[in-house]
Design a protein around this ligand. Structure first.
Ligand code: ATP
Ligand code: MG
Length: 226
């Protein structure tokens, strides 16, 4: 492989990269807070935007205080614990579980390969499902996360670059998010609406798309040199 080509291909993620992704997710949540609130007002109680924003601002304070001596597993666990302890309702603990289980999957690591990242995401999603019992099609965050995970794994298995795999993952999560519109909610507050929940995009699937979009955008650029 030519040197220039190699430089443009990201082979692993360090602590700083993971931190940049977490910050980018916080920025996405801020920028989309109104949309998340409106979506949750239609099928829930209208607090998803503010819940996620409160959680992510607490996360940013915590990770700044923790500094760089944490390994990536510890960093992700800090994010998860902060979300669990600062966000009420269903969404916060579910996102908290996602990050906690991702952190457990990469405990002690200072660097993640693309496969490590895929394994972390897989473990995080398994944690969300163990906790919330949602299956695909229940109109939850799972409906964005699972297509995102599957597209990532398929792309990596097919020999795609990490950048391309992340883009395909984010796009699949976006499709999964849009596909929640006609679904009838079977979990959480939205399920109380029964058939009336159909016709609205799920707020949690929307924020989960932002999470994977943030990864594609943060790590999709060529690595900074010097
Ligand atoms: N059991 C579950 N498994 C996975 N995701 C869930 C579950 N219950 C709710 N969600 C997700 O949480 C989102 C709502 O998050 P929010 O921050 O508004 O918490 P909440 O108002 O306490 O939740 P809820 O509306 O579920 O009571 C939903 O859009 C859905 O994607
Ligand atoms: Mg809500």
């Amino acid at each position: 492989m030519a040197e220039s080509e190699q430089a443009s291909r990201r082979m692993s993620l360090g602590h700083d990269d993971v931190l940049r992704w977490i910050r980018a997710f916080g920025t996405e949540v801020d920028a989309n807070k109104e949309q998340l609130t409106q979506l949750d007002a239609a099928v829930g109680d209208g607090d998803h935007g503010i819940n996620m924003q409160r959680g992510m601002s607490a996360v940013l304070v915590k990770v700044d205080a923790a500094g760089e001596e944490q390994d990536i597993g510890a960093l992700l666990k800090t994010v998860g614990m902060t979300l669990v302890s600062t966000v009420g309702g269903a969404g916060g603990p579910l996102y908290g579980t996602l990050f906690l289980q991702m952190g457990m999957a990469v405990a002690g690591k200072d660097e993640l390969s693309p496969d490590d990242w895929a394994a972390a995401l897989e473990a995080g999603i398994a944690g969300v499902q163990a906790r919330g019992k949602a299956e695909p099609g229940d109109k939850t965050m799972i409906d964005a996360l699972i297509p995102g995970r599957d597209a990532l794994k398929a792309a990596l298995a097919g020999g795609a670059s990490f950048e391309d795999a992340l883009r395909q993952s984010a796009d699949a999560a976006g499709q999964g998010m849009r596909d929640t519109v006609p679904l009838v909610a079977r979990k959480g507050r939205a399920s109380y609406l029964g058939e009336r929940s159909a016709g609205h995009q799920d707020p949690g699937a929307t924020s989960s798309h932002l999470l994977l979009e943030a990864a594609a955008e943060t790590w999709g650029e060529p690595e900074q040199t010097g």
